[in-house]
Write a protein that binds this ligand. Structure first.
Ligand SMILES: [Zn+2]
Ligand SMILES: [Zn+2]
Length: 459
């Protein structure tokens, strides 16, 4: 699993600073410290409550350790959720279940449980959410406001298990933390771990107030409240001037041929399998241009191949190809940049920059693609293949202008198609990407220029 994830990150050209997991010892130690602080500050309290228990096995049973006949559909199911109809059994229904290990009917016994006083953070989280929510994804706004409107409920943080993070409170030696509490604190503990080995930053730069920092959380729509509410409560409860989460980037779901991706049911493919067949630039482009930003979206091979052949290759690849690989052209000619096109390039930077800030990646890509189309239209209208023989000034202006468009596309598309953009920079001797209009020198030698993309042959 870990090897796969790292291969994915590298294969899809993500940069990352640290890869770590929650059973890392460093993480566990830091989480215990943070948990203890919440306890000492009075945000974690003890409650005695009856819980499902197996007399035969002598242990408390989690919902998953109970089997019962689903009252909704009649299937045999585990107590956390029915695999067949997704019904979540109520506490009353669970009392009718049996122990998963020995089959005995469950009973009840008083148990000690620690609770997180989430309700105490209601007002602070409400105020913070109001302040920052304007550019969250709409699903994050709705989901968070739904919980806040209902009123935050205190939540059990300990359970009777023998794996997971220990509870740093005496009398709780045989219990462990719920995964949700230590998982979200992983963002913090990983930053601590990362910064221990670096001299250019401290973890406080990222997590404390007054460091000009911004915290983005990227995840699926099923994890919203853990990031917008729980994590912020855990940070507030430290009472140490933590910076709360600024932006929730919560995706809707991506489906495959209108079904959920599922390895076990053989629906779709894994991210690594896709990389075996297609290049990562095109996959990144397609997934971003059609990403599930505001509603679930559907991935099909047909759509992907249409994007690759139709947009990436026929539009972007073609503009680069027919400009930089113009027959017998050895260098960028000394032409004049078209004023309208220059204005359009400059506007594209500001439009796309704003869209990315607003997390509207689909629209950002569409806007860059408009510039590609404008370049192609300019090329077609000025017919350089005729002008080459009849009007060399017009030819020079057209090729030069299109070359400047391409140079700027290598900046604009950098976060979407990094490999192609790097190739353009090599061809055009551009040192590194930057977010503003760039010009190029006439006379630039065009050597060994290859097509950026190749056609996918449809079977
Ligand atoms: Zn069911
Ligand atoms: Zn039992």
């Amino acid at each position: 699993m870990m090897k796969n994830l790292i291969e994915c990150l590298i294969g899809y050209q993500f940069s990352y600073d640290l890869y770590s997991r929650t059973f890392d010892e460093y993480h566990k130690e830091k989480v215990k410290m943070l948990f203890r602080k919440l306890y000492d500050n009075g945000y974690i309290y003890e409650k005695i409550e009856p819980q499902t228990y197996c007399e035969n096995c002598g242990k408390f049973l989690s919902d998953r350790e109970i089997v019962l006949t689903c009252p909704e559909c009649g299937a045999e199911t585990k107590g956390d959720q029915c695999d067949n109809c997704l019904h979540v059994p109520t506490n009353e229904e669970l009392k009718e279940g049996n122990c998963i290990d020995c089959g005995l009917k469950v009973s009840e016994k008083d148990n000690k449980v620690l609770y997180l006083a989430l309700s105490k953070f209601q007002k602070q989280i409400e105020e913070h959410t109001e302040k920052v929510k304007s550019n969250w994804r709409i699903n994050a706004q709705n989901e968070t406001l739904k919980y806040l409107k209902q009123g935050l409920l205190d939540r059990a943080v300990t359970r009777d298990l023998n794996w997971g993070v220990d509870i740093p409170v005496s009398g709780y030696e045989d219990k462990r933390m719920y995964v949700w509490i230590d998982a979200v604190l992983g963002y913090l503990t990983d930053t601590m771990k990362l910064c221990e080995n670096r001299t250019d930053c401290t973890w406080e730069d990222f997590w404390k107030e007054g460091h000009n920092n911004k915290i983005y959380m990227c995840h699926g729509k099923d994890n919203i409240m853990f990031h917008s509410i729980i994590l912020n409560a855990l940070l507030l409860g430290q009472e140490e001037n933590y910076h709360l989460v600024d932006t929730i980037v919560s995706a809707e779901y991506l489906n495959f041929n209108d079904q959920k991706f599922s390895k076990s049911k053989g629906v779709g493919m894994t991210a690594l399998e896709a990389l075996d067949m297609y290049d990562s630039d095109s996959l990144r482009y397609h997934l971003l241009a059609n990403g599930p930003e505001k509603k679930d979206t559907n991935f099909t091979i047909q759509d992907f191949e249409n994007t690759h052949n139709g947009e990436i290759l026929n539009k972007f690849g073609n503009l680069v190809n027919r400009t930089l690989r113009f027959k017998e052209l050895e260098e960028i000619p000394n032409g004049k940049l078209d004023d309208e096109i220059k204005k359009n390039i400059e506007e594209t930077y500001s439009k796309v920059g704003n869209l990315i800030e607003k997390l509207e990646f689909r629209e950002a890509i569409k806007t860059i693609m408009d510039l590609v189309e404008l370049g192609n239209k300019f090329y077609d209208e000025n017919k350089p293949w005729i002008a080459k023989k009849e009007d060399i000034n017009s030819f020079n202006n057209t090729i030069y202008t299109c070359a400047v468009v391409i140079a700027n596309l290598s900046n604009l598309f950098e976060s979407v198609m990094p490999t192609a953009c790097k190739k353009i920079r090599e061809y055009m001797k551009i040192e590194s990407p930057e977010w503003n209009f760039i010009s190029i020198k006439p006379g630039l030698k065009l050597e060994n220029i290859q097509p950026l993309f190749s056609r996918i042959d449809k079977k």
